[in-house]
Write a protein that binds this ligand. Structure first.
Ligand SMILES: [Zn+2]
Ligand SMILES: [Zn+2]
Length: 358
């Protein structure tokens, strides 16, 4: 991706010299996610274009130098099927990391495919090989989990694990999810697995609404074909007139945030996770909607290695009963990525997968 709004180009790179403790991955699958669309539209600050996008990716180990261990402490070997955590260089010694214990706000943190420049090498998954520098968190994919399963969940699943942690879900809670892209769909599945008594979702289009049901939503509301009043009435009729215990915003719209404040019950919790870029201001009545409502509002930024590991455990156990693979709808080669970005930007497909060897 040479620059925002420019076509994706296929370029040749020299094979990297491996530093001790590093490895080279032969990419099997990467993905086109909402962040890649934002990157392409130039809506993220401080991105060092040109970049190789594809922040969550997986492959087989081509070559490694010295002893490299996975997150469970076992040595990684050539030929292993490996997934890696895209965030690296979190410092572990700044105020964000160790005083506030918010490592996703560490200023040193870098992310494959987003904040790593192509000028530094193969730091992204839209490439036939990925350089995993020393210190990158890796895990061998469980046998039960195919590459398509893993990338079907992808960054949306890892983000959803963090969101559910922030939501402090209790068994029996009612949960409403705003937005049914890859993040919202995984939130639905995890709320269901986490013991929610009712899972509601708002989104579009029809094919995603069907997938939302497949992921575990009990009630889905078609965004363009219902009004906010219809949705408020429907939610209240299901919740003793109160509103839901937990709302998760995964839509990236200020209007969705305003609506979510109406749909959550007094004393409920609202996790805002969809505003990865600036969607502009929202209008709220602080007295009515926060203070008197006794509402808890929490942001959720990025993810930590623990969320990546939990995502793999969830896939290992639940890949048989949750259709993560169906989120990844179509696989594109490197020279089809302009088309893939366009399909993602216009919501014609839920998620495009990337096979750089196709
Ligand atoms: Zn730090
Ligand atoms: Zn992503």
């Amino acid at each position: 991706m040479p620059a925002p709004l420019q076509p994706i180009e296929v370029r040749e790179f020299t094979r990297p010299e491996l530093a001790p403790g590093s490895m080279l991955l032969r990419t099997v699958r990467s993905e086109v996610c909402g962040t890649d669309v934002h990157l392409w539209h130039g809506r993220l600050a401080g991105v060092p274009y040109p970049i190789i996008p594809g922040h969550v990716s997986a492959g087989t180990v081509m070559e490694l130098r010295g002893r490299v261990s996975s997150i469970d402490g076992n040595p990684v070997r050539a030929g292993d099927r490996v997934a890696f955590f895209d965030v690296h260089r979190t410092c572990g010694r700044c105020r964000a990391c160790i005083v506030h214990r918010t490592p996703t706000r560490c200023p040193s943190r870098r992310v494959y495919g987003i904040t790593d420049s192509a000028g530094e090498g193969l730091f992204g998954g839209w490439s036939q090989a990925i350089y995993l520098e020393p210190g990158v968190v890796t895990a061998v994919l469980p046998d039960a989990v195919s590459f398509d399963d893993y990338i079907g969940g992808g960054c949306g699943l890892i983000t959803a694990v963090h969101i559910l942690e922030r939501a402090a879900l209790r068994p029996g809670d009612s949960v409403l999810v705003q937005g049914i892209g890859a993040v919202g769909l995984s939130v639905i599945a995890l709320a269901r697995l986490g013991g929610a008594a009712a899972v509601l979702a708002i989104g579009a289009p029809d094919q995603r609404l069907a997938l939302a049901r497949g992921m575990g939503a009990d009630h889905v509301y078609d965004l363009p074909n219902t009004t906010a009043r219809d949705r408020l009435d429907a939610v209240r009729s299901l919740t003793h007139g109160e509103g839901v215990d937990v709302v998760i915003e995964a839509a990236g719209s200020s209007r969705a945030f305003e609506e979510g404040l109406m749909l959550v019950r007094d004393g409920g919790r609202y996790v805002v996770a969809g505003h990865y870029t600036d969607a502009g201001p929202a209008t709220i009545n602080v007295h009515e909607q926060i203070n008197r409502k006794h509402l808890e509002i929490r942001g959720c930024w990025g993810s930590e290695p623990g969320h990546f590991v939990q995502a793999l455990s969830l896939l290992n156990r639940h890949v048989v009963d949750v259709p993560w693979k169906q989120i990844g709808q179509r696989t594109y080669p490197l020279d089809g990525l302009n088309e893939a970005l366009d399909a993602a930007a216009t919501m014609r497909i839920t998620k495009a997968l990337v096979d750089p060897w196709m």
